[in-house]
Each structure stands twice: as C-alpha cells, then as structure tokens.
Design a protein around this ligand. Structure first.
Ligand SMILES: *[C@@H]1O[C@H](CO)[C@@H](O)[C@H](O)[C@H]1NC(C)=O
Ligand SMILES: *[C@@H]1O[C@H](CO)[C@@H](O)[C@H](O)[C@H]1NC(C)=O
Ligand SMILES: [Zn+2]
Length: 582
C-alpha cells in the first residue's frame, strides 16, 4: 500500500494546554461523549461455560477521578512507539501461582521472581458501566476508547454509538498498527481496538471491519493470531461464518500478505523484510494452550510478538511516527474459566517471556510498554479447604509439575474415545488420560464415575481433579471483580498507584498525542446512512439471545422483565438459588 498523508495529525505540543482541570493535556470531552445517564443493556458470553451472560444496566455517574500533577516531560517529544500488553483474566493470584511453580519445578531460590514482578507499578479497578464484574469487551473498551461501557460492548458506548479507539487514532495520525493474540483475532480484546459492534458475538462483522470494511477503512496493518474460521466462506470446511463472504480472498485483494500455517509463519522470517499489511491466522479458533502446543504446528505468543516488533519497526524506520501494537496473552483467561491451574501456569510463563522480549526492545527504542489485565478470571485462590477440619497452610506446586496437558486437551481426548465402556473405559481414563496427562495416580472411583457422567464436557471434572490435589481454589468459572496489576516500562510513571481502567486507555492516547474523540466524530459522521455497519441493533440481539437461551433448555420461562435491568446496576433477585452448574 502506498503511504498516504495522515488524516489526523498528531497534536503539536504547542496546542496542548497545561492548565486544564486535571493537569493533563487532553481534548475536552464533547457533551455527547460524557459519561451520562445512558442506560443500556449488554450481554456477556463465554463459549461453553456460561450459556447466557447477565444482561445488565446502570446509570453511570460522571465522577472525575483525581489525577496526578502535570509532568512537563510527558509526553516525550519526537518519535514514539507504544506496546500495550493485555494478560486477559490474570489476577494477582496468578503471579503467586506461576512464580512458586517455577521456583519449585526449576529448582530456583524463594527470592526468584518473574520478569513481570520486577516491573509492577500499580493496580487497575475493572468494573464496567453495567456491572461490578466486567467482561473482556467492556474491559478492552476502557483501554481502547478510555471510556466505560456495558459488558459485551465492542468500542461502543452505553447509548449504542461508536467511540474512537487509540489504534484508529494512531493510524489516522500516521502511526503503524498491530494486533497479536493467541485466541481468535475477532475476540473481544483485539476487536475493541479495531471494530465497533453492539455485541461481542458479532464476530463475522468484526472480521470485516478489521480488514477495513467500515467507515474508516483499513486501520490495522498487522494481525497475528487465531480465528481463521470467521474469515472463510460458509461453503468451505472449517468456516464458522454465517454467510458466504471469503474474507481471506478479500484481504489478499486489498494487498494483505496472508499466512495460515506454521510453514507460512516461518516464511515471515521473524518479520524482517515483511511488507505490511499482514494477516496471519494460525488456527481455526484458538491457538492451543502453551502446555499442549507443539512448536511444529503453531507459533507461540512470543514468536508472534517478535515478528510484529521487527515488521513494525522496519515499516516505520523512515517515518516521524512509530507504531501502536497490542499484544494479548488471551488464554490465561481461558485457563481461568476452565479452572485449570496447570494450563494457566504455562500461559503466564509464556506471557512473562513475551513481556521480557518486548521490554528489551522498548528499552532500546523511543517507546513505552504497559501491561495489564482487563479483569481476573476464576476467582483463583492459592489455598483450598477440602475438609471440614481446620485446614493446613499450604498448596502443592509439585502436583502441577507432573501435568503435561490441559484439562481441555484431556476432555477432548475423552470425547474422541469410542472404545468399549466399563472396565476398559475406566482403564483408559486412569492410564491414558489421568496418569499420562496429569501424572495423577490416586484417582478415586467416585471421580471416575463423575468423568463418565460428564463425558460430553468433562473439562471441569479433570480441572477439579488436579486443583484439589494441588489444593488450589476457584470461586467461579466466570470473572471476578478484584483489582488487577499494572506493569510498566520507564516512561509510565503516570500509571503508578491505583487507577480506573479507563485511565490506562487515556494514558495510551496521551502518550501518542492522538485524539480518540476526533475519531468518534468521524465515525459518527461517516457512519450515518451506512446501513447496519455496527451489526444488528441491541434489541434484536437481546431477543435472539433469549431465544437461544430457551432453545438451550434453560429452566424457567425467559422473561425480559426479569432478566433485563435497564435503569440501575443489576440488583439482587434471588440469584443464589437460580441454577446448579455441576
Ligand atoms: C451461506 O451463506 C449464504 C449467503 O450468505 C446463505 O444464503 C446460506 O444460507 C448460507 N448457508 C449455510 C449453510 O449457512
Ligand atoms: C509425580 O509423578 C511421579 C512419577 O509418576 C510420582 O511418583 C509422584 O508421586 C507424582 N507427584 C505428585 C505430587 O503427584
Ligand atoms: Zn477478558
């Protein structure tokens, strides 16, 4: 693609007022973008664990948080690059889990820490506009737009209107942009930087927008991750699109270099000499967990980040603007949803390794690295009381050290088992799966029976078998509301201490001196009259979700009045006795 003039230039420093109310240079918020009395409804869904998310609403108060005093050296002058890392679903307990595991298994002293630990600068409060417990969509909207929205929102506000993102603002100001993930590139976190739809489940539409089929045109220069199925026409095997659009073909036509296998990945030559734009979709949906992944089949997060850094650096070497890159350790969250501590340890180790690589790059360039989580997942607790008697103070990392596969992998192997039942099946479970996969040799008859009773979805039974032995606790298969850590390189002092998640989004835009509100304005102006570019309307989606819940046999009559709270944060209505998951 020929380089074009930036549509929106970065604000020159001279225009920045240093005496605004909170001491930071920012374009004043337009009235329409102020956190107002908007009331909207969101739907949070996570594939197989949660059938239907809470549908919530709230009045958001526009309380402004106290801000640190002005720092005249921020933002720095000259060329700038931002790498923003998201450890999806990683709460503080995951750090203790992973650090202790590594000390034990590798034989390191108790003072040994992860690279992340050495760069802890603060913590982030994660609630969304509709709930005290956010989902990834509202969480990432806080980062991308710097604004609160409802669970399920992909860079749209509670009134259903789009909000400009830091990636879009950066691109329009002449920066190059990239997204690197281990889940679907159309999943909530990457989607929030590069698309605008009312609900995260509109992944077909998200894929189209990521390739430039929306009012702003092509905004992302590099995408690496999984989620190929949303780019393939429904006439092809391996497609999960509802229609017959061939987005891979469309991307190639637009000039994207396309890669879809390990072999293709190797041909990217670590990003050296790689021409943008690039679309790399290395798995149909998720890239397998680190604990299950084979190098010969799939690239790691760290390898993909290496390609992105090299390619973006080279593409901006003669430019005044650098790049904005978002890198997500997407599946820390999945291990939390699955309550699988062994899988999580390896996801966090992979993330820490990637953080180290990026930090080394950032320290040698005019750049900052900010890493945080959108929320915690699983309510992970580094202790578990198994009996009524007073518990011992311990948990056992060695149990996790014996595991060579995730519960997701073992459950999939079990589903594929077509051998005879009875003793043969017991033996398969005990030897092939539990002993070889988990290193567990003391499985009980009761546990075997439980696995057999849940053969179609035994993931959580496997996960519970290993969690109990390691004496690790989980309070939910969903998310929790605990504050999450912020890590930062030099130049991120403004994020020291405890912050609202939206302040992280504001920091990213302010560091690059780009204006997300100007992008909001363009989106609104250019979007008018473009039928349906943001997907179906909220109302339509709500009814579809309800119909689906009914079809999936949710007990009780589904009734809009009971399930949707429009004028307040979701209130208590007897939920404690609603449903029994296990
Ligand atoms: C595939 O997409 C076409 C057009 O978008 C649609 O008419 C057709 O019903 C779809 N087929 C399936 C099997 O979903
Ligand atoms: C780990 O595996 C070894 C070899 O199978 C076994 O002897 C040991 O008891 C296991 N440790 C734990 C904590 O399960
Ligand atoms: Zn998340």
């Amino acid at each position: 693609m020929a380089s074009t003039e930036p549509l929106l230039s970065a604000r020159p420093s001279s225009e920045i007022s240093h005496d605004n109310e909170d001491g930071y240079a920012r374009t004043p918020k337009k009235p329409a973008e102020k956190r107002g009395d908007w009331i909207k409804i969101g739907l949070g869904v996570w594939a197989s664990v949660v059938t239907i998310g809470a549908i919530l609403a709230i009045v958001v108060c526009s309380t402004r948080m106290p801000r640190p005093t002005d720092d005249p050296s921020f933002p720095p002058k000259g060329k700038r690059n931002v790498v923003f890392m998201v450890s999806d679903g990683m709460g503080p307990a995951s750090l203790h889990l992973t650090r202790s595991y590594r000390q034990h298994v590798v034989g390191l002293p108790w003072g040994d820490t992860l690279t992340l630990d050495k760069h802890l600068i603060g913590s982030s409060r994660t609630r969304s506009s509709s709930s005290l417990v956010t989902d990834s969509a509202a969480g990432a909207t806080a980062f991308s737009c710097g604004l609160k929205s409802y669970n399920g929102a992909i860079s749209v506000l509670p009134d259903g209107s789009p909000c400009g993102t830091v990636l879009e603002a950066a691109k329009l100001a002449g920066y190059k942009t990239g997204l690197v993930v281990t889940t679907r590139i159309t999943d909530a976190t990457p989607a929030c930087f590069s698309a605008h739809v009312n609900l995260r489940s509109e992944e077909d539409r998200i894929a189209e927008q990521q390739l430039g089929d929306y009012p702003l045109g092509q905004m992302v220069d590099l995408m690496l991750g999984g989620g190929r199925c949303h780019f393939l026409p429904n006439t092809t095997e391996g497609s999960c699109r509802a229609d017959d659009r061939d987005l891979v073909k469309e991307a190639k036509k637009k000039g994207f270099h396309y890669a879809e296998s390990r072999n293709d990945f190797d041909k990217l030559k670590k990003g050296k000499g790689l021409k943008l734009p690039v679309l790399g979709l290395f798995a149909s949906t998720d890239i397998p967990y680190e604990i299950d992944r084979k190098d010969v089949d799939y690239p790691s997060l760290d390898e993909m980040a290496e390609v992105a850094l090299n390619a973006l650096e080279e593409a901006t070497k003669d430019s005044e603007q650098g790049f904005f890159l978002m890198v997500e350790g997407s599946r820390i969250d999945h291990a939390g949803h699955g309550n699988d501590p062994a899988a999580q340890v390896h996801e966090v180790l992979g993330y820490d390794k990637t953080f180290k690589r990026i930090l080394e790059w950032v320290e040698k360039h005019d750049a900052v690295l900010v890493s945080t989580s959108d929320h915690e997942t699983g309510g992970l607790a580094m202790a578990r009381q198994l009996h009524e008697t007073y518990p011992e103070y311990l948990w056992y990392p060695q149990v996790l050290g014996n595991a060579s596969h995730s519960s997701e992998y073992l459950a999939a192997r079990y589903r594929e088992y077509t051998g005879t039942g009875g003793k043969k099946e017991d033996e398969f479970l005990k030897t092939e799966l539990l002993k070889k996969g988990f290193g567990v040799e003391d499985v009980s008859e009761e546990e075997i029976e439980k696995l057999k009773a849940h053969k179609a979805g035994a993931d959580w039974v496997f996960a519970d078998i290993i969690s109990r032995r390691a004496q690790i606790g989980w309070s939910t298969h969903g998310h929790s509301g605990v504050d999450v850590n912020i890590y930062g390189s030099k130049g991120t002092d403004r994020l020291r201490g405890n912050h609202e998640n939206t302040e992280i989004g504001e920091f990213l835009a302010d560091y690059l001196e780009v204006d997300v509100h100007a992008v909001t304005k363009i989106l609104k102006e250019k979007g008018v009259g473009k039928q349906d570019w943001m997907g179906k309307g909220l109302e339509e989606l709500q009814f579809e979700a309800l119909a689906q819940a009914e079809a999936e046999g949710q007990p009780g009559k589904v009734d809009l009045g009971e399930h949707f709270h429009k004028d307040q944060i979701d209130t208590y209505h007897g939920d404690f006795r609603k449903r029994c998951l296990h």
